[in-house]
Design a protein around this ligand. Structure first.
Ligand code: ARG
Ligand code: GLU
Length: 653
């Protein structure tokens, strides 16, 4: 372990193999700062991350447990994406005041709307606690003994830093498959109020059609405010609470972006797997992605058929449709990108070189053992994934198992067709040994999926029995087997990760994303998705007008936008831009910053041809999509008439 740490210190200081790849740890950003400065950063490492002074990290939050947000005033004002605030905006919406459809703008602090359950987390500090986590470890320990020790040490570290009165929560994350451990201490605020949101026809403009795509014209932002008690501490919602004064907030730049400009993204990427074996990638590319895409295509077709027939059903299922379609589209880009960029053969070639180098070291045979474990895992893991994408998506079964199931947004004809399609797919794709006994029995009893469906939908006891049998089968059978194999694989990765770092001492490694604060940096850039096609990196209001079509739901813009455009002078109003920053899910809502650390945009998506960056980043094709902050200001002013918000913000120019 010592040897590894020493080595790590050396490794971290050199350049990555490919420019712009990487999600770097803020507390170690001094190791990247020279490269960042060479590319256009005007700040120091201390400006970006410091525990002693206020720094940019104090203006970034984990928003709602899955997105990022940024502070933009001394009064706790916060920007994030529209799709991150969506469920809260939806909860405040009703037929009388449909904020989702029409937008919402609090005219004063008293009109700001509380959101029970919504929290934001500021990072107080992060530190390497590897030594403390492994304290007391002995070479003779069994895996179980070592796991128990690590668990105990982590609990002790967490307890030390936790302080409910101050809202301090602590967690310890393993990095590099348990080769390093970091302690994170957060301050969590729980009175977060809705301040503003554009109409969905702006905030979700392009809908599923444009999702993951460029050119993009979505005004994907919403505005919140953090409240604290009189002493500035986190508190439950109370009318007595006051706006929180953050240690830092972002200055907004209206200067805009040009191709080639340096940018960086400060946010909370959720999950990546950059160092996995070629077999893991092959499984995703050849089996997991194609099968899940096909299953979701079927489900989306069923939903769409009924949504097209009825406005009421469209409203009921729009959120469900969006979440099914989001991963469905991402996987398509991922599969395509992995193939096109030959990631599997490239990884195989790398593994061959690694294996040759490893002869005589403690890493000898490691890549072969990983391949064998993946082969052993494949059938059971495929069954597990298949179950999740088929049986688990049948709402009737979820309803039977969960008393809190939301029946308001349920339309039986969709679910009934889904039952037949998904149960048949499950049946056809898998060997009978991956099905619970009840499945085989009922299948024989009813003779057809339609008859079985009729019975399940007519009789809640029948539904409950089936739901319970499946849950038990998965909990007792599939899950334990998958977990055991995953655990063995993780153990090998602990060594393989270490081995890769010794094998490539010149390369700068960054840990896989884990929903903690990271910094990605790159530059504003277009890209070429295919032969003879080049996409420029900036979209404008002109493009919104070009897409405008009152007959297509996704492209039906508010009349006010048409009127503003007709008055003239706004053709070149920038809307979104592309850059080479390495981002992933969770980075939604992240501040996109210029060389001075000023806010120039809000990250909200990637181009789908580049979504394989979760497994392998290619600077030629991987692009993050950001909302240009000037479009946000334009919408606040021209559409929301809420420019009183500008009074509390700070502008650079
Ligand atoms: N693709 C973006 C992100 O993963 C935006 C998703 C929300 N928007 C939508 N049209 N579904 O998650
Ligand atoms: N929209 C994604 C999110 O919700 C960000 C897009 C991505 O995966 O990069 O975090």
């Amino acid at each position: 372990m010592k040897r590894f740490l020493l080595l790590a210190a050396v490794l971290f200081t050199v350049l990555p193999a490919r420019a712009d790849e990487g999600m770097w740890l803020p507390s170690l950003i001094s190791q990247r700062i020279a490269d960042m400065q060479a590319k256009g950063l005007k700040l120091s490492a201390e400006d970006i991350y410091s525990v002693n002074h206020s720094s940019l990290k104090d203006a970034v939050v984990l928003f709602g447990g899955g997105c990022t947000g940024e502070l933009v005033s001394d009064e706790g004002l916060l920007f994030t994406n529209h799709h991150c605030g969506y469920s809260y905006i939806q909860r405040h919406s009703s037929v009388e005041h449909d904020y989702l459809k029409d937008g919402f703008w609090a005219k004063n602090r008293a009109e700001e709307l509380p959101n029970p359950g919504l929290t934001v987390r500021f990072l107080v500090k992060m530190e390497d606690v590897t030594a403390a986590v492994l304290k007391g470890d002995k070479p003779k320990f069994t895996d179980e003994q070592r796991d128990a020790l690590i668990k105990k040490n982590i609990e002790a570290l967490r307890k030390q830093e936790t302080n409910p009165a101050k809202g301090l929560v602590a967690q310890v994350n393993s990095l590099y498959y348990g080769n390093q451990y970091f302690l994170y201490v957060f301050q969590e605020f729980r009175d977060v109020r809705l301040v503003g949101a554009p109409p969905s026809s702006i905030g979700k403009f392009g809908g599923e059609t444009d999702n993951w795509m460029w050119p993009r014209h979505t005004g994907d932002f919403s505005i919140f405010r953090i409240y604290a008690d009189q002493d500035g501490n986190p508190a439950d919602y109370s009318p007595e609470n006051v706006p929180y004064h953050p240690k830092k907030s972002f200055i907004v730049s209206r200067k805009g972006v040009n191709e080639g400009d340096f940018t960086f993204v400060y946010g909370c990427p959720g999950s990546t797997q950059e160092y996995v074996h070629s077999e893991a990638v092959r499984y995703i590319q050849d089996i997991s992605d194609p099968e899940k895409i096909a299953l979701r295509t079927t489900r989306l077709e069923i939903m769409k058929k009924y949504m097209d027939q009825s406005q009421a059903v469209r409203i009921q299922y729009s959120s469900k449709y969006a979440s099914v379609a989001n991963a469905w589209k991402k996987w398509q880009g991922e599969e395509k990108g992995l193939r096109k960029n030959k990631i599997v053969p490239l990884k195989q070639e790398y593994e061959k070189r690694f294996a040759e180098w490893a002869v005589g070291t403690r890493y000898e045979g490691l890549t072969d053992r990983l391949a064998q474990l993946y082969t052993a895992r494949e059938p059971i893991y495929r069954a597990y994934e298949y179950y999740n994408e088929t049986v688990r998506t049948i709402e009737r079964l979820n309803m039977a198992a969960n008393p809190n199931f939301n029946r308001k947004d349920y339309y039986e004809p969709i679910d009934s067709e889904t039952f037949v399609a998904m149960m048949s797919a499950f049946d056809q794709a898998l060997d009978d040994s991956y099905k619970p006994e009840i499945f085989l029995r009922k299948r024989a009893q009813y003779g057809s999926m339609e008859k079985w469906r009729d019975a399940v939908f007519a009789d809640s006891l029948e539904a409950r029995e089936l739901a319970r049998a499946f849950t038990n089968f998965v909990n007792e059978n599939l899950s334990p087997q998958v977990s055991a194999l995953n655990k063995s694989i993780e153990k090998l990765y602990h060594d393989y990760m270490q081995g890769q770092r010794e094998f490539e001492p010149e390369k700068a490694f960054y840990p896989d994303a884990n929903l903690t604060l990271r910094i990605a940096y790159g530059s504003v850039a277009g890209y070429s998705p295919s032969d003879a096609v080049y996409y420029r990196p900036v979209s404008t209001l002109k493009g919104i007008i070009e897409k405008d079509n009152p007959d297509i739901f996704d492209y039906d813009i508010p009349q006010v936008l048409r009127d503003i455009y007709a008055r003239g002078g706004h053709e070149s109003q920038p809307v979104c831009f592309l850059a080479t920053n390495h981002t992933t899910g969770g980075n939604s809502g992240s501040p996109v910053l210029n060389g001075e650390g000023q806010l120039i945009g809000i990250n909200f998506d990637r181009v789908w041809e580049g979504t394989m960056s979760d497994l392998a980043f290619d600077p030629e094709i991987c692009r993050n999509i950001s909302l240009d902050i000037r479009y946000l200001l334009f919408v606040i002013q021209e559409v929301g008439h809420a420019d009183y918000l500008f009074d509390e913000m700070h502008f650079a120019d």
